[in-house]
Write a protein that binds this ligand. Structure first.
Ligand code: COA
Length: 149
């Protein structure tokens, strides 16, 4: 079973940090005290995580990572959608993130676009009112029972 769980400020972040360490070789930072982390579990094992924080009028996403053995199964997509949904539910004016060049396609699928180039990273953003998490729109399945006519 796949499940997502939020860890608000002040929570035990050990599971979120286990993913961060495995994917980015990075641990806790000062911004974790001000952030909410989300962890995705497969059969009760943490396999993916990401972080949401507020800074200078924007919600920022960081440390979106999936364990290498678990990639390609839409778990990263679930983390991104959970983060965007949380930002949307806080009436975000805009959502921003820095991503390594080459990974931007993962984010542009959901409407994020480039706002600046920063060395080997790109800054991407989306205005809050443009966040659209309707999974049916981009789906090519015909005759799906979930499709609203
Ligand atoms: C990027 C990452 C989070 C993707 O996670 P994942 O679980 O493998 O990706 P998903 O299976 O959810 O992919 C969802 C979609 O994004 C696409 N996608 C995945 N990684 C992509 C990439 N690097 N570039 C472009 N598109 C990508 C997939 O092809 C898939 O497309 P589809 O819906 O048309 O089939 C994962 O590869 C990772 O942890 N990378 C290392 C850390 C990193 O670079 N994080 C991002 C910046 S912080």
């Amino acid at each position: 079973m796949i499940q997502g769980k939020w860890f608000p400020q002040g929570s035990d972040l050990s599971e979120a940090l286990s993913i961060r360490r495995a994917v980015f070789d990075q641990g806790r930072d000062a911004l974790d005290d001000l952030a909410q982390n989300v962890v995705v579990y497969q059969d009760d094992q943490p396999v993916a995580a990401g972080r949401l924080r507020w800074e200078n009028g924007a919600f920022w996403l960081d440390w979106i990572g999936v364990l290498p053995a678990c990639r390609g199964k839409k778990l990263g997509d679930l983390v991104l959608r959970l983060l965007l949904f949380k930002a949307q539910s806080h009436f975000a004016r805009e959502v921003r993130l820095l991503c390594p060049r080459g990974t931007e396609g993962f984010f542009t699928r959901l409407g994020l676009r480039e706002s600046a180039s920063r060395g080997n990273s790109l800054e991407l953003w989306i205005p809050g009112e443009e966040i659209d998490l309707d999974t049916c729109k981009a789906c090519k399945k015909a005759n799906c029972p979930n499709r609203v006519p």
